[in-house]
Design a protein around this ligand. Structure first.
Ligand SMILES: [Zn+2]
Length: 393
């Protein structure tokens, strides 16, 4: 294990990012980044926003990966059974997609209603414990849409997985880490962030197109400054979203991440911008332009083996813009659906390796075997732990 913590190093050097790291930004860009950061801090204190100083709780729980990998991107679901507080809109619940998700988790709706939403994290943890290659996963909360008064807008929310539920579930299982989710439009967003940090969150997750968040909105500046201070990275969906029933895809254009990046937040662009286009350009290319420009931007390779993203992974891997920046993630449970099969890659990788991957019964082992067959190098698999976990003492 390398005893460095890139998130902290990046955060520490962020004031220098324009000159020291970003290979395309000149002195003018560096200066404007500094100005934005200074202006943002002044704005936050002027507005009386609390900063997170002194909010450091115990932070992430100690975790032993037993030499295995960390999956930075895994989902659970919930219907609110046994008072979990989870919510799925009636429309999403009655769509054809919902039973597919539940099947991927290995449960049905009746069983979930009877046993409660904790059933899913229990099953996820148990299956993960059987993996030979992946030692832990970040389980993601998902905040809802927030109205102009700063409260959750249930009518416009498709899915809600509260921080309190995910924090409690991940505390129970040694191989699950808490991925928090806070919509910055909430009136108590900073307080929520503070609590999540104290509860051991390792990152904050957004799906802007579903949660109705514009990452480029200057109203988010106090939240970004608090995130930078907390050291929590922002894992945010980039690219077109297909898993829900309607999404404002323009909000997931990687170029909209300029503001948090300039303010020094460590950002992880989920799915490297795939798929789809913004302003006529592939979102993937736009994500690569942004990683070249910002040393504090990472990207996860979750969902890149799905059939609807065919070919992207092998396009991305050789690109120098993402060298040292890709993180291993699965987007579980989607790796357990018909969207992914090693055999879709018959002409892209040695058949013996694909067959071996297909024979793996554990979803994480199958995912690792398939990604290795497709050429994902070792450093991508180990980077999630280096970025998200505290350095070993
Ligand atoms: Zn996801």
């Amino acid at each position: 294990m390398i005893s460095i913590f890139p998130a902290r190093i990046v955060a520490g050097f962020i004031g220098l990012s324009g000159s020291a790291f970003a290979f395309k930004a000149g002195p003018a860009a560096a200066l404007s980044k500094r100005l934005i950061a200074v202006a943002g801090t002044a704005f936050a204190s002027l507005m009386g926003f609390p900063v997170l100083a002194g909010a450091d709780g115990p932070g992430p729980k100690p975790i032993d990966l037993h030499g295995k990998y960390l999956d930075c991107h895994a989902h659970t679901a919930g219907i609110g059974a046994k008072g979990s507080g989870c919510f799925i809109s009636p429309k999403l619940r009655s769509s054809y997609k919902f039973p597919i998700y539940l099947k991927a988790f290995g449960v049905d709706e009746k069983e979930l209603a009877q046993k409660g939403d904790s059933l899913l994290p229990n099953r996820i943890s148990a299956r993960l414990a059987e993996s030979k290659t992946v030692g832990a996963a970040v389980l993601l909360a998902l905040d809802g849409v927030v109205d102009s008064a700063g409260d959750m807008d249930t009518a416009r929310t498709q899915i809600y997985l509260p921080d309190a539920f995910i924090a409690a579930e991940t505390r129970k299982h040694g191989n699950l880490l808490f991925g928090a989710s806070v919509n910055p439009r909430r009136k108590d967003a900073l307080e929520r962030l503070r609590r999540d940090k104290a509860d051991g969150a390792v990152l904050v997750k957004w799906i802007p197109s579903i949660m109705d968040i514009d990452p480029a909105d200057s109203a988010n500046i106090p939240f970004y400054l608090a995130m930078k201070e907390s050291g929590l990275p922002l894992l945010t969906h980039t690219g077109t979203e297909n898993s829900f029933l309607g999404a404002r895809d323009s909000l997931c254009d990687p170029f909209r991440l300029e503001l948090p990046l300039n303010l020094g937040v460590t950002v992880i662009a989920a799915h490297v911008g795939t798929p789809g286009k913004s302003h006529g350009q592939e979102n993937m290319e736009r994500a690569l332009i942004m990683t070249a420009k910002h040393a504090n931007l990472y990207a996860d390779i979750s969902s890149l083996t799905q059939i609807n993203k065919f070919g992207y992974l092998q396009k991305i891997l050789p690109r120098k813009e993402v060298r040292g920046r890709l993180l291993y993630g699965t987007d579980f449970p989607l790796i357990e659906t018909a969207l992914v099969s090693p055999f879709y890659y018959t002409w892209r990788a040695p058949f013996s390796k694909l067959r071996a991957a297909a024979r793996e019964s554990n979803p994480w082992d199958r995912d690792v075997a398939l990604k290795k067959a497709l050429g994902v190098p070792e450093d991508v698999f180990t980077r999630s732990a280096l970025l998200l976990l505290p350095p070993p003492k």
